[in-house]
Design a protein around this ligand. Structure first.
Ligand code: PNS
Length: 159
């Protein structure tokens, strides 16, 4: 069985992430979407909220499981017996950092490979940071995230 892991912060999940999940799920038997539980990053959404958002918006993809992890990605990948790490590349600027991480991970565990997918062009500009920036000013985020998540995101900036 070919199991891959698609890790990220998903704070919040965007159309870009959903595109990556749908495309990578087609390549493997099982895709584990792994949410980083890292309070040091001071996320807008708790890990439980991010897991629940992902569960809601990936329910149409049968071979996807949503999990969260603490600590090193490579250790978690081994723990769940994933042999592939999936990462998305939006632009050349993503590449340098991603290459360094992929090479580091491979030194630590050479049985796990990283596969990069290029982001679909329509989402190449998109990031969770952009969504938060626009939402914080009450701007329109309907081009960036599924509509069922919009109230939850605006809620964080109320008050
Ligand atoms: O969506 P993001 O924020 O780009 O995802 C980054 C993520 C979660 C993949 C990365 O920060 C990660 O793997 N963190 C866990 C710690 C780790 O393994 N770091 C890489 C080796 S130094």
């Amino acid at each position: 069985m070919r199991r891959a892991i698609y890790p990220g912060s998903f704070d919040p999940v965007t159309f870009g992430h959903i595109d990556m999940i749908e495309r990578s799920a087609r390549m493997v038997d099982e895709l584990v979407v792994a949410v980083l539980n890292n309070s040091a990053k001071n996320p807008l959404f708790s890990v439980e909220e991010r897991v629940s958002m992902l569960e809601g918006i990936t329910s149409h993809v049968p071979n996807v499981k949503i999990r969260y992890f603490d600590g090193l990605l490579i250790d978690y990948a081994k723990e769940i017996e994933a042999t592939i790490i999936i990462r998305g590349l939006r632009a050349v600027t993503d590449f340098e950092y991603e290459l360094q991480i992929a090479q580091t991970n491979r030194i630590v565990n050479s049985e796990i490979d990283t596969i990069f997918l290029t982001t679909s062009l329509e989402y190449a500009y998109l990031s969770s940071t952009i969504v938060k920036e626009v939402a914080s000013y009450g701007g329109d985020i309907s081009h960036f995230v599924p509509k069922q998540l919009i109230p939850q995101i605006y809620e964080k900036y109320k008050g």
